[in-house]
Each structure stands twice: as structure tokens, then as C-alpha cells.
Design a protein. Structure first.
Length: 236
């Protein structure tokens, strides 16, 4: 939560670089803009953390090893992509495609089921996000200087999996997943050729990607999610 607060504070501070003049004319006769972005992300597969729901978690009325037999860890990943900003009235629609890389590691240490070992998942994703960007403070800021982003995303999942251990549970990966996204972006820096530079912070919550003995759909917890911080360059 501290990381998210820091990112959001940084975005708001950067908007202080923008001009405070009235810019109502900047919203007239706007054209489609194109941009590229790259940055860091954290997330991907969301594993089940309530293992008391897993069949076999209790043995003879006592807490079984299954309740502590599975853990997951997620490392920082990266992403890069391109998008178009399409004016719609005084707001915008943003659509594009982004490549995500998210490394994760699952550890199995379950004496009840006999699953022991590690499963390393290098998850590559092609993500197609579409958002409605609400330009904030329209009387003071140019379009895109500070925007609230609401929308959804479709993911195509391409995993690379490496197993190590004496015995691991079977699994399946869904190739297609999707969900909702929320973000905020700021483009406070403008260059002499009218191109712009800024930042975007986005969070996403979507449908399940990974299924195994500990991560069934009926357990509710297994889903997909990410948060990402991007540096954006917008062409003139």
C-alpha cells in the first residue's frame, strides 16, 4: 500500500509543472495522438491464500499439512507497449497493446498430499487495454495533463514453466483472461516539437489464469492482477 501511495503522490506532484492558464481552446479541433510506454509491474497470477478450503486440509479433526503446504512469491516484472489517444468530446478513449513479463515462484511442501518442490512461472502476456480517460481540471490544464482512467483489458497468456521437486500437482493455464482496470496518468512535460513526457500508474483485477490442486475456481481467491508504473512518451 505504501508503494501505491508513493506512486500516486509522485503523479500529483509532477502536475505542478503544468501551466495554470485557461486552456479551453486546447480542447477544440483535437486529433488522435500516439504514444509509447515502458516501466515496471508487479503481479500476474494471484494464488489462493486460504488453504483451509483445500480438500484434505484437515486430517482427523486436526490441522493438516495442506493448510501450510503451498506458498507463492511474485517478483518485479517489466512491460512495454504503444497506444492511441482518441478525443471523445472533452475526454479521451485510450486503446493499445502492451507486452508484460511477470516472474513468479510457487513452493509446494505438503506432507498430506505428497506434493514437494517448486514451480517457477515466467508469464508473458499480450494485453489489450481500453480505457475512458477523464481529463481533470479542464479549466486549468491541457488535455491529458492529468487524467483518470477507467476501463478494461484482455490478456493473452504465454507461460514458461520450470518444475523442480519429487512430485508436483498437475496444472492448467487459461490462454485468455480479462478484467477491469483503473489508473491515473499525467503528462506535465512538453517539448519544443509539442511531444510530451509523463507517467501513468494503473491497477488491474481480472479472471483466473492458473489452476491446480490448491487453486481451483471454486476457491474464489485465484484470479489475475497487476499494478504498473509507466513512463509515457506521446508523439506530436
Amino acid at each position: 500500500m505504501k508503494t501505491q501511495t508513493f506512486f500516486l503522490a509522485a503523479l500529483i506532484v509532477l502536475t505542478g509543472c503544468a501551466s495554470s492558464r485557461k486552456v479551453s481552446e486546447a480542447y477544440q479541433n483535437r486529433k488522435v495522438k500516439f504514444g509509447v510506454e515502458a516501466g515496471a509491474n508487479n503481479g500476474g497470477i494471484v494464488e489462493n491464500t486460504d488453504l483451509s478450503k483445500v480438500e484434505g486440509a484437515t486430517v482427523d479433526g486436526l490441522s493438516g499439512a495442506t493448510a501450510d503446504g503451498f506458498t507463492g512469491a511474485t517478483s518485479m516484472g517489466f512491460h512495454a507497449g504503444a497506444h492511441a489517444i482518441i478525443p471523445v468530446g472533452r475526454n479521451d478513449v485510450q486503446a493499445g497493446i502492451t507486452y508484460f513479463y511477470s516472474p513468479q515462484k510457487f513452493t509446494y511442501n505438503d506432507a498430506v498430499t505428497g506434493y514437494f518442490g517448486t514451480r517457477e512461472i515466467s508469464l508473458s502476456q499480450l494485453v489489450v487495454p481500453v480505457t475512458y480517460n477523464i481529463n481533470l481540471f479542464k479549466r486549468r490544464l491541457d488535455p491529458g495533463t492529468l487524467s483518470l482512467k477507467l476501463g478494461g483489458a484482455l490478456e493473452y497468456n504465454i507461460p514458461s514453466i520450470r518444475d523442480e521437486g519429487s512430485n508436483l500437482t498437475d496444472y492448467s493455464i487459461k490462454k485468455i483472461s480479462g478484467g477491469v482496470t483503473l489508473g491515473i496518468s499525467t503528462m506535465p512535460f512538453r517539448f519544443s516539437d509539442q511531444s510530451r513526457l509523463g507517467l501513468s500508474f494503473d491497477i488491474y483485477k481480472g479472471t483466473q489464469i492458473f489452476d491446480d490442486f490448491y487453486n481451483r475456481a471454486e476457491y474464489e481467491m485465484p484470479t489475475s492482477s497487476y499494478m504498473k508504473l509507466s513512463v509515457i512518451y506521446q508523439f506530436n
